[in-house]
Design a binder for this molecule. Structure first.
Ligand SMILES: [Zn+2]
Length: 300
């Protein structure tokens, strides 16, 4: 194997348990992947990414800070003596508001795609929409892809939220209970941090990047960084943008990087796929955990 560093991207680590709209990795498959990575790579803390090593390095990254990452992933990592990087959100814990992306996961899991499509088309002029091809390429169900695209990228946040909340509230009448059960709590984050896990910024409300870097930083990134420092005593130095910056990744790279550097960030993780060939850069590509085996084989 060539000496190539990698970062692997994880989201939900759990059983599906009725949540048909999410793509979780089962805990035993996660444990197996860690063992496979350890055969060729040294799994290091993200803070050690730029340090010299004899073996190629691997960074384990998590997005969204959902509870399953504490319950299953952290437990497995701790038992294996492996460290990882978790990018979390401040919004749900401060305001109790559930980010749109998770309203989408919850509603899509418990409402049919047809029903939701009909509600969207009846409410907004989206019937003849063409979808950016690179977005949601893992989503094979066309109706679901359409619904997710409209909700996350086409409608204004307030528009999508109004539709989703009305459906969500009927399914989950107690939003505070949902937040408590769906996200890693403050005390659990502190426990993870003390056990050597790195906690970074994923955002305040999981809003996709838009073309106003200063405003985006002030409303989406800084509140999360400040929350982690103020409430948990954690200085966050790493950033993972929601949706990898989405369709505005290149503008984000150009306009947001200097602001992140100015505020003490050491680097960021995108959703661009591939190995890390230059650790001196600010942005690092990641390999999606669902594509890990072919990617690892291509490095040999
Ligand atoms: Zn996310």
């Amino acid at each position: 194997m060539r000496k190539v560093d990698i970062a692997v991207m994880y989201h939900y680590i759990r059983e599906q348990n009725g949540w048909g709209a999410i793509h979780p990795l089962r805990p035993e498959d996660f444990a197996r992947q860690i063992d496979v990575i350890l055969q060729t790579h040294e799994i290091v803390s993200v803070d050690e990414l730029r340090m010299p090593s004899t073996k190629p390095k691997a960074i384990i990254t998590f997005d969204d800070g959902t509870k399953d990452q504490y319950t299953y992933a952290f437990d497995i990592l701790r038992k294996k003596g492996v460290r990882a990087y978790f990018a979390v959100m401040s919004g749900p814990r401060i305001t109790g508001k559930i980010p749109l992306v998770h309203l989408v996961h919850a509603v899509l899991s418990f409402t049919s795609d047809e029903e939701l499509r009909d509600i969207l088309i009846a409410s907004y002029d989206v019937q003849s929409l063409s979808i950016e091809s690179s977005i949601y390429d893992y989503e094979t169900n066309k109706l679901r892809k359409f619904n997710k695209y409209v909700l996350n990228f086409i409608l204004k946040e307030t528009e999508a939220r109004a539709i989703l909340e009305s459906i969500f509230n009927a399914i989950f009448p107690n939003a505070a209970k949902f937040v408590k059960e769906h996200y890693i709590s403050d005390s659990e984050l502190i426990e993870m941090h003390r056990a050597g896990m790195t906690i970074g910024v994923h955002g305040h409300n999981h809003i996709p990047y838009y073309n106003d870097a200063q405003h985006y930083f002030a409303t989406e990134i800084l509140p999360c960084k400040e929350y982690l420092e103020r409430e948990l005593g954690i200085i966050a130095k790493w950033y993972t943008p929601p949706f990898g910056g989405g369709e505005f990744f290149h503008c984000m790279e150009r306009d947001l990087t200097p602001i992140l550097l100015e505020h003490g960030f050491a680097g960021g993780f995108s959703t661009i796929s591939g190995p890390i060939d230059d650790t001196s850069r600010f942005w690092f590509p990641r390999i999606d955990c669902n594509r890990l085996s072919p990617e690892l084989q291509s490095l040999t």
